[in-house]
Design a protein around this ligand. Structure first.
Ligand code: NAP
Length: 393
């Protein structure tokens, strides 16, 4: 594996942690491309620090302002396709873009036959069939960054199951662990009045706002169930979710002989980013080590169905397949944004998504246009449900 890196979504939580991993790996990697949505000042500061060959900005109107702040020798490309263009200029691309906007980066990297260190879960969820097609390109490879899939990747690797479909039958089930977020012990009545600030206070992980809210509803886990199905080819009946508040076991794989492999570490995304970038090697830099003497207990429980209504919706969309996961993800983005703006309550996030899913005819996800159309329609439907709820409140 070569040593040049493109970091897309560089100004976000995954992006900035990727730059920290690169710095800690002291000269092993060279960041040759950076990309973000519209955070001009942060992107410019990053460019001055790492001196990439190219910087991509999705928001074209902000490009002239960014151009004035970039160091000499760094090329600027801007517009909706800019990140996909920049992502294929390096050996490995980290996709840390948030939301559906990450899909073109995923497709471009795989179609170019490169390694994709994939954090952007929405692209895989929204367009699983398209990503699978792109992944067939010689040289194309996905190594997941998401901590649960990174853990599953490591567990499957232990049984020589990765890239070895004959061994997939030896997987009895994948167990994705969930911290349960801040609300797992609240009553349904209490949940009706939780604020965005409470939802943003995640007990163990420090993440961007959208994914932190997804974590509080377990939609994050639901999306990961779909992601696991797409990444590892395991059917939905063999993917379970278990709440594990300590966030030390990052996921597990149970094999047909009853043996269960688990990956444990302190919760730090930099380990996962380093794993995805360095695979099959491990980077010689630990972000904390487990103190076994003080760990004492690891707890596990089933997710409460009265709290986590988003989880069964994700299974339903995953089983329906085709454009249904895209519809689920788009409706979720709209509902989460509305919740963060104070327009709808926390329980209404699931209600809005349910309303959109039930009204949506499943269409074939056989082209980017079909997925985009499903995404647009789901957003329209979700916005209308949000507006009617906000008006009624
Ligand atoms: N954070 C985590 O610990 C974590 C863990 C697992 C998986 N993930 C997944 O990783 C992805 C990124 O999460 P995050 O927490 O890092 O999000 P974040 O902190 O919100 O950062 C998002 C990044 O995407 C960029 N972006 C936003 N809209 C864009 C657009 N239209 N075009 C191009 N770039 C755009 C942002 O640029 P601007 O700053 O310019 O807006 C920023 O660089 C998500 O899919 C998330 O589910 C994150």
């Amino acid at each position: 594996m070569g040593n040049t890196l493109a970091v897309m979504g560089s100004t976000g939580s995954i992006g900035t942690q990727t730059l920290e991993v690169v710095e800690a790996a002291a000269g092993r990697y060279e960041v040759t491309a950076l990309g973000a949505g519209r955070s001009v000042e942060t992107l410019a500061a990053q460019a001055r620090a790492v001196r990439p060959k190219v910087v991509a900005l999705a928001d074209a109107p902000s490009a002239p302002r960014l151009a004035r702040l970039l160091p000499p020798g760094t090329e600027l490309i801007a517009g909706p396709d800019a990140l996909a263009e920049a992502a294929v200029t390096a050996d490995v691309a980290v996709n840390g873009v948030v939301g559906f906007a990450g899909l073109p980066v995923t497709l471009a990297v795989l179609e170019a036959g490169r390694r994709l260190a994939l954090a952007n879960k929405e692209s895989l969820i929204a367009a699983g069939p398209l990503v699978a097609r792109a992944l067939a390109t010689p040289g194309a490879e996905i190594v997941p960054v998401d901590s649960e899939h990174c853990a599953v990747h490591q567990c499957l690797r232990s049984n020589d199951t990765l890239g070895n479909p004959d061994r997939l039958g030896q997987v009895a089930r994948i167990l994705l662990t969930a911290s349960g977020g801040p609300f797992r012990e609240r009553s349904p009545a209490e949940l009706a009045s939780v604020s965005p600030a409470e939802a943003l206070a995640h007990p163990t992980w420090n993440m961007g706002p959208k994914i932190t809210v997804d974590s509080s509803t377990l939609m994050n886990k639901g999306l990961e169930v779909i992601e696991a199905h797409e990444l590892f080819g395991v059917d939905y009946d063999r993917i379970d979710v278990v709440v594990h508040p300590q966030s030390v076991v990052h996921s597990m794989v149970e094999f047909v002989d009853g043996a269960t492999m688990a990956q444990l570490s302190l919760p730090d995304m930099r380990l996962c980013i380093g794993y995805a970038v360095g695979y099959p090697d491990r980077l010689d830099c630990a972000y904390g080590r487990i103190d076994w003497a003080s760990l004492r207990r690891l707890e596990f429980e089933s997710p409460r169905p009265d709290v986590f209504a988003c989880l069964p919706l994700a299974y339903e969309a995953g089983r329906r397949g085709e454009t249904a996961p895209a519809v689920l993800s788009a409706a979720n983005e709209v509902a989460v944004e509305a919740f963060l703006e104070g327009a709808i309550s926390w329980p209404s996030i699931a209600e809005v998504i349910d309303g959109v899913l039930q009204g949506d005819p499943v269409r074939r996800a056989d082209s980017l246009e079909a997925v985009l159309e499903a995404d647009r329609e789901a957003r329209r439907a979700a916005a209308s449900l949000v507006a009617s709820r906000a008006a009624a409140a």
